[in-house]
Design a binder for this molecule. Sequence first.
Ligand code: DGL
Length: 269
Amino acid sequence: MAIDRTAPIGVFDSGVGGLTVVRALMERLPLERIIYFGDTARVPYGIKSVPTIEHFTAQITDHLLGEGVKMLIVACNTMAAVASHVVKERAGDIPVLDVIEAGAQAAVAQTRSGAIGVIGTPTTINSNAYARRMHELNDSLRVFSQACPLFVPLVEEGWLDHPVTRLTAEEYLKPVLAEDVDSLVLGCTHYPLLKALLQSVAGPQVRLVDSAVTTAQAAAQWLAREGMANPARSLPDYRFRVTDIPLRFQTIGERFLGRSLGQIDKVDW
Ligand code: DGL
């Protein structure tokens, strides 16, 4: 069956963090419709086991496929790290993009020294998915990974430029920076909000790779190449689905999105 060019792009995440990817998509592709799914009832995924994440990922994928999306974007690094095969198996002809593929390609293209740092949740880092993909692209690279479990709660608390966050970042980045990396991949949905702080801790010689931005670029390239961009010239609709509407969801969501969220629907399943 032919894919409908006017259909929305389905973007999903374990919670609110994937809105950093939606924000980048809105900026890069202002005419595309988007349906976002955040599993706010079961977040965080980054400390859960692989079988659990695979199971949740399958449920979300089926939900978005049922909405008739024209493309799926795995905005959650943790899901992309351990369950992207689940999405691809179910998606059939619908293209699947994910933050790890886009982030790994961008880091490999930009490094000059061949030493790259990666930070992410414990599940993402333990999976070694970023390092594996980067080594497939260039086996002479040196990749240094560091789990940063405290960053997600600090960002959700809004402590984007707080002394506690700065101290935490200095501690986490110490071993990675000691390896003289020239690039640092922000391998978690929440980390783009810490860009300014991380850049000042890492120093000007380190270039940050924002997977949200690189994923939006990859989506734009794919749509242009395949002639699948939305031909409509009117402002697109954005829909937000969550599995729970926790207190403060609106505030946190708007911080991630950089604009007002509009209507949020709770999914019952
Ligand atoms: N979305 C997750 C990620 O990018 C962070 C939040 C979580 O642990 O679920 O890895």
